[in-house]
Structure formats: C-alpha cells, structure tokens
Ligand binder design. Structure first.
Ligand code: ATP
Ligand code: MG
Length: 543
C-alpha cells in the first residue's frame, strides 16, 4: 500500500466525504500525453477503482494561447487506450462564470484587489523569501473601485497586461505564493471553447482547486512542484467557503535518456527532429503505442515504479522490461531475416518444398501452429555465420553444425565471396534424419538459427530504434548548449527484411504484435499497406 492509499484508507475509516473517493485527471490540452501522464492516469483511475470511487477527466484549459482541440481529442484517445473510462468529462473553462462570481465575492469580502502595476513591478514588490515584500500602492482600493475596475477588465476596456486581480493575503509570508497571488490577467485571445467571450482568464491557482471543489473531488492528487501551492489551494477553498478537497502530492515520474516537458516535445515535433507526436521514439503515449507497447505493459510499468514522495529517476530499461514481459505472453512468433545472406543446401532436392510445423506461441498453446515452407535456398542472418569462429561462437562456421529452426541440422561446407571479400553464399549439407519425427530428431547441436526460404520470402520494411538522446540526462547541458545537442543522430535505422510469406497484410494488421524469433518484438506500423508491410521494433528479446 502506498502513502496515498494510506491517507485514503484513513479518510474512509473516519467517514470523511461520506467515505467516498473521487479523483480526477487534469491535463492541460497543450500537447500530447506522455509516459509521465500515464503514471498519473494509472494512479488516479487505479485508486478510484480500488476504493469503488470515480475519476473525472478535466481539461485544465485556462490558458487560451497554447490550447487546442487536437490535443483534447488525443488525450481522450490515449486514456481510453490505456484502458480507463472517466465518469465525467469537464473543462475548467465551463467554470469561468462561476470563477468570475467567486472573484467578485472575494473583492466584496475585501480579499482581492485590482493592481495597476506592471508585471515587473509586481515581481519586484514580491521580493525574496527571506525578507518581506512591498505592498502595492493599489492594495487598499475600496471595494467599489475594485469591483468597477474588475468589471471593466472583463468588459475589455483595458489592454493585455495593464491590470491584474490579486488576492489580498500576506506580502510578508515566507511562502512566495502567498504574497498576493494573481487571480486574473487580461488576455485578448480566443479560447478553443469559449471563443471571444472572455478577455480575462483565471490563473492556475484560482481555477484548479475551485474546479476540484465544484466536481466534488475528494483527493486531488498532483506532482510535488504543487506542494508549495497547497496553502493557497486551501486558502481559496476556505475564503470562498466551498467544499474543500485534499491536495496530495507525489513525485513526478522521471526517466533517464528521456525528455518529458511538453514544451520540448512540441519543439521536437515542430522542428522535425522526429516524425510527429506519435514517432515511435517519442515518450508520448501515442508514440509508445506506435512503437508496439501494449496498454498492459504501460500499466504494469506504472504499477512497478510505485508512488514516491521524493523525486527520483527511473531507468528506461524498466519500461522495456515491462514491454517484454507482456509481449512474451501474447506476441505471435514468426521468422524474419533482417540482415540476409544466402544459405544453399547442396544435397537438398532442387525443386522440393516441404511444409514444416511451426509453433505460434510457446507460451500459449491456444495460439496454435502454422506451416512454413522449407526449400534448398534460404535467407539466414549474416551474423549467424562467422568465418573465423572462436570457441565461444556456437553458430554457423565451416565444418560446424547448427539446427535450422523447425527443420534439419545442417553442416557448413564452404562459402563464396565477392571481390570485396564479403560472403555472398554459404553452402551446407543437411541431415534428413534430424527433422522432427525422424530417428535423429533429438540430436543435440549447440545452436538453432532462423531462416526464410528465398523463393517464399516476403519483403518488408523494418524500422529499428535507438534512444532518442544519447546521454542519461538530456536536460543537463553545458553552457550554450540545449537538449537538442544531446539528440542521438542514429536513433532511426530502416532496413529491408525478409519475412515468412504467410505473413499477409491482413494477418499483420489483425495480429499487430509479433515476435521475430531470436530478434525481438515488432509491431505492424500503420504505414503498412497491401503493397508493403512496415514493422517497428518495439524492444529486443533480451537486454
Ligand atoms: P508541462 O509539461 O506543460 O509542464 P505537465 O506535464 O504538468 O505540463 P499537465 O497537463 O498539467 O502537464 O499534467 C496533467 C497531470 O499529469 C497533472 O496532474 C500532472 O501533475 C501530471 N503529470 C505530468 N507530468 C507527470 C510526470 N512526469 N509524472 C507524473 N505525473 C505527471
Ligand atoms: Mg502542468
């Protein structure tokens, strides 16, 4: 049980909020969700599920400039893909009228004032935490004057940045967020939902807690950077005398070799360092999906990293481990050769084709078997042959034996090279007694390799990915450099591969997740067509 669950179980015991548990996931629709958000989603929805409660989806859309319906749609798709369904869908912008009334209420209670100072003057007046700030000359305006000015702010009489509404709290507080925080600013900008209705917009601190309150949220779970905002969250709920949810902070998820700021992810997309938000190298949920991650893998990852009270950095290999673990149970096996060299079985009849039995998933009997054609000429991986092999190399070399998966034991006899000295053909003989069901079928050799028959091979494009950044902390850079300087220039490699001919477009699209035997897990990319199959490597078989 994590510390948040402990708090909740105590609340349930004390019958706080009638023992109800109501959480929310509150994204700002200014970008696509990433693996950090997935952690927050799993936490919020998971807790509500565990205690028989509900979770709302609320778009925190108080900043019209950066927000867009494209993001709203993608966020909904990603949450559903992860396997969660929200109870209610809300928008902070739906509460603009209510928030405005509450602002007037605070003005009337002498708890808010219109400040005519510039942004610079306001921050200068706030001062530093170690010494009290300076009160604004406009702090003691009358209620009438404040109401009049605030109404005229709303009516659009003043230009952007000329005035703000501030809460009148404590300019000497050691918590800087208490030094008369800004509640409203003037912004003549169209909002993706409210259009041109508003030209003043509430700040996060004046919108978030109240939105939680309106929805009857009981536990408002957020990341640690909001800990310093909590007194203000509490202050507004108390001052307005409204339902007071409990804010609980946990450490945000950080992954090494990964950037998780939406602003920076947007930059990668806009400046074409990647091919869109769903580029399989991106840490976005849609990127992970296109890479071939499954919802179960992402959920298991979120569960495994747990909930921490202090910031920490998780190794990205844990995410890969979770993908492997899930795909091993479910992915359909197939043979694919990514770096082909030709193998010729000299004693195999020229035009013979045998149909071999292959297992679809050794971890799942119900996945059944399939027939794969076997013939005289095969593609095998170049790396499975070595001319000068030492004792530790167990695969193919001259005069050595290996088993061809689902077929015979072969022995290499000689090789053919081109002018450059590159091997173009590997010749071997096969032992007919070693096929499954034959007397020597159990004869042991040190290695088994995969293959695809040359005359029964299907061409496909395979996209291999490496880490997008080549340092563990891409944000830590020397003077004058940015995270972009830490991009790995070789994070994408495209190969032409040979697949089993039975892997049709229809099959690839229906099954989606495959294990290319001995190589890794692969996902059928949406770029695939009946003309050309495209596969993304999700993760290798072993670390
Ligand atoms: P930005 O990158 O623009 O600062 P953000 O990542 O905070 O934004 P929001 O849309 O405000 O994005 O986040 C929605 C919710 O997801 C918030 O409750 C936030 O605390 C949570 N969240 C965001 N990033 C992480 C993370 N890395 N780990 C855990 N939770 C996160
Ligand atoms: Mg945020």
């Amino acid at each position: 049980m994590n510390f948040i669950e402990q708090i909740i179980e105590e609340d349930i015991q004390n019958r706080k909020n009638d023992a109800k548990v109501y959480t929310r996931f509150p994204p700002e629709p200014n970008g696509y969700l990433h693996i950090g958000h997935a952690k927050s989603i799993c936490l919020n929805f998971g807790i509500a599920q565990k205690y028989g409660g509900k979770t709302n989806l609320r778009f925190d859309d108080t900043n019209p400039v950066k927000e867009d319906t494209e993001y709203v749609d993608s966020i909904k798709e990603d949450i559903k893909w992860l396997g969660f369904q929200w109870a209610e869908e809300h928008y902070a912008s739906d509460y603009f009228d209510q928030l405005y009334q509450w602002a007037e209420q605070l003005i009337c209670d002498g708890l808010a004032y219109v400040d005519d100072q510039t942004q610079e003057e306001i921050s200068k007046g706030r001062g530093v935490p170690t010494a009290p700030g300076v009160e604004s000359p406009y702090r003691n305006r009358s209620v009438e004057e404040n109401l009049d000015l605030f109404r005229r702010m709303k009516a659009g009489e003043f230009p952007d940045g000329s005035r703000v509404l501030r809460a009148k709290i404590d300019m000497a507080s050691p918590n800087m967020h208490f030094r008369d925080p800004i509640m409203y600013r003037i912004l003549h900008a169209d909002h993706h939902r409210t259009g041109s209705k508003w030209c003043i917009y509430p700040m996060y601190d004046f919108a978030h807690g109240q939105s939680d309150s309106i929805e009857g949220i009981t536990h408002s779970i957020c990341t640690l950077e909001f800990e310093v905002h909590r007194p203000l969250y509490d202050w507004f709920c108390e001052a307005l005398k409204i339902h007071h949810p409990q804010q609980i902070e946990f450490a945000r998820l950080n992954l090494n070799y990964t950037i998780m700021s939406k602003r920076k992810l947007l930059q990668l997309v806009k400046e074409h360092y990647v091919n869109g938000w769903d580029d399989p190298r991106m840490p976005t949920i849609c990127g992970l999906r296109r890479r071939g991650y499954t919802p179960a893998a992402v959920r298991n990852f979120a569960e495994t990293v747990g909930v921490a009270k202090r910031d920490n950095i998780i190794d990205v290999s844990l995410l890969e481990f979770c993908a492997r673990e899930d795909l091993n149970k479910t992915a359909i096996r197939t043979m694919a050769v990514l770096d082909p060299v030709k193998l010729v079985i000299d004693n195999y009849p020229e035009d013979q084709v045998e149909m071999m039995d292959a297992v679809n998933n050794p971890e799942d009997e119900t996945a059944g078997t399939r027939k794969v054609p076997f013939a005289k000429e095969l593609w095998i991986e170049r790396a499975d042959f070595r001319e000068n092999a030492d004792k530790k190399f167990y695969r193919l070399s001259i005069d050595r034996e290996v088993r061809l998966k689902y077929a015979y034991i072969i022995k290499c006899t000689h090789i053919v090279k081109d002018q450059n000295g590159d091997v173009t053909e590997i010749h071997c003989t096969y032992d007919p007694m070693t096929k499954s069901g034959m007397p020597d079928s159990n004869r042991k050799v040190k290695a088994t390799i995969h293959w695809v028959p040359v005359k029964h091979a299907k061409a496909a494009e395979v996209r291999l990915f490496d880490r997008l950044f080549n340092v563990p902390a891409p944000d830590d850079c020397e003077e004058g450099k940015t995270f972009l300087d830490n991009l790995n220039p070789n994070s994408l490699e495209i190969k032409q591969a040979w697949l089993e001919e039975g892997l049709t477009y229809e099959k690839a699209v229906a099954i989606k997740h495959f294990q290319f035997e001995r190589i890794g897990y692969f996902y059928c990319d949406p770029d695939s067509s009946t003309e050309k199959l495209v596969f993304n490597k999700t993760v290798s078989l072993k670390q």
